[in-house]
Structures are given as structure tokens and as C-alpha cells.
Design a protein around this ligand. Structure first.
Ligand code: HEM
Length: 404
């Protein structure tokens, strides 16, 4: 018998970990029927998650796995949403390599290291502004402006457009996106976002610069390297993945530190631990709870269960990251944990392209926060914190703090 699991329930969003722990013991693979998306096979153990991410029998696009339509490609879905989904995360070789090769050079550790000074100055300025206010929402007044400024500068998005983009993103991600009604509700934000991307493309076509967007627009003009939908989808993916995940790392990470004052104290006394602290916060808080689904190219047997060809398989990263079989005292935050083989950035061909950027930005932001405001505390009771309803990314709607 598979236990019932409502992924969208607010109490589950608030703390999925006890449920995942139970599932790892009793039902390492469960099936769920998700309305409009269909049946999904969820994997909760570290070993199964790792194997799935590396398994060539699983494709990232259902179309590539078994032909036909992708489950999110329904007749009722506005074309606009399909445009957003023609991206590298949902693609397989050879398209995946072609798309990844177009941009990966901008995200290598060496290129990212060149941005360090800019990030430090930006963090310092944002914290100066925050210090004047004393109480802030860490997400909208620090993490989001920081993350958006960095990725927008790399891409070439004008400064005045960034807050609008953040607003649309929040509207798209604050709750789950599965039923026709969910899509209808999000249509206005998505449609404005599409208009905004078209405008950005026009701007970069007319005024080429040194940025990533210019490179992509030029690749699209050459025709064979990037189609128009792919260009739009790439801009969407990079802007979204490049900032929203970091907001979640900074928000979830800061909350975890506040809830574990001994670890916070240790980090203040030993700032040199920031590297392993960020790895541990990635493991402990999993800013991406579940990656994009995979699809079985053939029948697969696992733990006595039959996963039929074409089935949707979801390896749960957040559950793998708390698996006691791999991490001792997995539910304990330990900023000195070593080794720490978390899968917060995924694994295999789709391993997070922005990992070097996320690590560097996360380190600079969190270290500056804890060093500069040693007495920071939550400005609301913990029970009032709300988690977004989106499945995939895991983050708070806001994190009100008193800085001191
Ligand atoms: C804490 C921050 C971040 C986390 C936890 C994270 C997590 C992930 C995960 C789990 C995947 C794999 C998805 C899959 O297998 O389906 C992924 C892919 C990706 N990430 Fe990140 N990410 C972060 C930050 C970033 C940043 C800053 C960027 C910059 C643009 C970025 C760009 C990407 C891209 C382009 C992919 C797709 C790679 C591919 O399909 O080959 N990510 N990320």
C-alpha cells in the first residue's frame, strides 16, 4: 500500500522532512496521481536518487523517452507556457549539449571568480541600506536584489526592469502550477514576462553588448544553433534559475542558522568555515526540493515495483540529502560536516550549471550577514512563516528579520 501524500498541503510544504524519513524506511518508491500531470513515481532514498540522475534509461523529456507529448504539453495549456519549457533542463542529447554549450563558459569557476569584487560591493551596499531600516524582509530587500542584480548584469538586463521580473517570478512560483485554473491565473504575469523577453531580444539585436544575451541573440540569428522559442526559454531559465534558487539558499540558509544558534555562533567565530557551511546549508535546506521529472525509456523494476515505459520519475533531492544511510545525524545542521556528498545541485548531465556562481554568492552573502549583524533574530513568531506552494523550488514567501 502506498501512503497518501499531498505534496501541495501547507503543512507538508512547511516541513516535508519527517514524511520523507518515514518514506525512506517504509516506501522508498511511491506513486502519486497528480491531477492533470498524471501518475508519478517518487524516489526518496539517496542511492536511488543518485542512480536515477545518472540512469541513461531515464530521459528529461517524455517526448524523447517514448514519443508523443510531454505531460505538461496539454491542449488547454496556453502556447506561452510551452514556449517557456523548451529549455535545456527538459532536453536530452543532442539538443541538451547544443543548448548547454551556448552558455556554460560564462559560468565556469574562473569566470565567476571575476565577479567576486562586484558581489562584495553589492552585498555591502545592500546591508548598509538594511542597517538603516533595522527590520527587513531578507528575501525581497536583500537576497532578491542581490541575486537578480548579479545574473541580470551577466545577461545584460537593464536595471529598471529587474523588480518587475522579480514580481512576475513570485506570482508564477508562489503556488503550484498544475491545473488549467492554475495556468489561467498565471497567464497575465506570464504574458507580460514574454513581452518583456521579446523587448530584451529587440534591444540586444539593435544594441549588441558584451553580455550573455547578445551572444544568445546572435546564435539565434545564425539559425541552426538556437530556435526562437529556445532563445526565449533560455533567457527565462537563466534569469529564473540564476536568482530564485539563490534567494531560497540565502533565505532557507539564514533561517536554518537562526534555528541552530550553536552553528551560527561557530560560523561567527570561525568565518573560515563558510565554504563547508554553505555546502551544509545546501544539503540541509535543499533550495531545489525536486528537479525536473524524468521519463522511463523502458520498463524498470525497482524495490519490487514496476515502473512502466513512459512513466514519470521524480528523484527527491531534499529527501536524499537527509538520508541517514549516507549522512550521519542527517537531521542535524553541522557546518563542519565532511565529507558532504549532497545532491542539492543534482548530478550527471544536468548538474547545475550555476553551481560555482551560487556557491560564491551564497558564501559572500551569508558571511556578510552573520558577521555584520551578530544579534539578528526573527521579527515574527516562527509559526507565522509561510512556505511557497510551488513544487520543485523550496523557499519562504518572506523572512522578516530584526537586524542588530
Ligand atoms: C543554490 C542555488 C542553486 C541550486 C540549489 C540549484 C540547483 C539545480 C539543480 C538541482 C539542477 C538540476 C536540475 C535537473 O537535474 O533537472 C540545476 C540545473 C541548472 N541550474 Fe541550478 N541551482 C542553483 C543556482 C543556479 C544559478 C545561480 C544558475 C545560473 C544561471 C543556475 C543555472 C542552472 C541551469 C542552467 C541548470 C540546467 C542545467 C542542465 O540542464 O544542463 N542554477 N540547478
Amino acid at each position: 500500500m502506498t501512503p497518501e501524500l499531498n505534496l501541495a498541503a501547507p503543512e507538508f510544504r512547511a516541513d516535508p522532512y519527517p514524511t520523507y524519513a518515514r518514506l525512506r524506511k517504509t516506501s522508498p518508491i511511491i506513486t502519486l496521481h497528480r491531477p492533470f500531470v498524471g501518475r508519478a513515481w517518487l524516489l526518496t532514498r539517496y542511492e536511488d536518487v543518485v542512480n536515477a540522475l545518472l540512469d541513461p534509461r531515464l530521459a528529461s523529456s517524455r517526448h524523447n523517452a517514448v514519443g508523443g507529448r510531454n505531460p505538461t504539453d496539454r491542449w488547454w495549456m496556453p502556447r506561452l507556457f510551452r514556449t517557456f519549457q523548451t529549455n535545456m533542463v527538459a532536453s536530452d542529447p543532442p539538443d541538451h549539449r547544443r543548448l548547454r554549450d551556448l552558455v556554460h563558459k560564462a559560468f565556469t569557476p574562473r569566470r565567476v571568480e571575476e565577479l567576486k569584487g562586484t558581489m562584495e560591493r553589492l552585498v555591502s551596499r545592500l546591508l548598509d541600506e538594511a542597517a538603516e531600516k533595522r527590520s527587513i524582509d531578507l528575501l525581497s530587500e536583500f537576497a532578491a536584489p542581490l541575486a537578480l542584480t548579479v545574473i541580470s548584469a551577466m545577461m545584460g538586463v537593464p536595471e529598471e526592469d529587474r523588480p518587475r521580473f522579480r514580481r512576475w517570478t513570485s506570482r508564477l512560483l508562489d503556488s503550484k502550477l498544475e491545473t488549467p485554473l492554475d495556468f489561467i491565473r498565471r497567464f497575465p504575469s506570464a504574458s507580460r514576462m514574454l513581452g518583456f523577453f521579446r523587448e530584451l531580444i529587440r534591444l540586444h539585436r539593435e544594441h549588441p553588448g558584451e553580455d550573455l544575451l547578445t551572444g544568445l541573440v546572435q546564435a539565434e540569428e545564425q539559425g541552426d544553433r538556437l530556435g526562437e522559442d529556445e532563445l526565449i526559454s533560455m533567457i527565462f531559465l537563466l534569469l529564473l534559475a540564476g536568482h530564485d534558487t539563490l534567494v531560497n539558499l540565502i533565505g532557507n540558509g539564514m533561517l536554518a542558522l537562526l534555528q541552530n544558534p550553536d552553528q551560527l555562533q561557530k560560523l561567527r567565530e570561525h568565518p573560515e568555515l563558510i565554504g563547508s557551511a554553505v555546502e551544509e546549508l545546501l544539503r540541509y535546506t535543499s533550495p531545489i526540493e525536486m528537479p525536473t521529472p524524468r521519463f522511463a525509456r523502458e520498463d524498470i523494476e525497482l524495490h519490487g515495483q514496476h515502473i512502466p515505459r513512459g512513466a514519470m520519475v521524480v528523484p527527491i533531492l531534499a529527501s536524499a540529502n537527509r538520508d541517514e544511510a549516507v549522512f550521519e545525524n542527517a537531521d542535524r545542521l553541522d557546518i563542519t560536516r565532511h565529507p558532504n556528498r549532497h545532491v542539492a545541485f543534482g548530478l550527471g548531465a544536468h548538474y547545475c550549471m550555476g553551481a560555482p556562481l551560487a556557491r560564491l554568492e551564497g558564501k559572500i552573502a551569508l558571511l556578510a550577514l552573520v558577521s555584520r549583524f551578530p544579534e539578528t533574530r526573527l521579527a515574527v513568531p516562527r509559526e507565522q512563516l509561510r512556505w511557497r506552494g510551488s513544487l520543485g523550488p523550496r523557499g519562504l514567501t518572506s523572512l522578516p528579520l530584526h537586524l542588530s
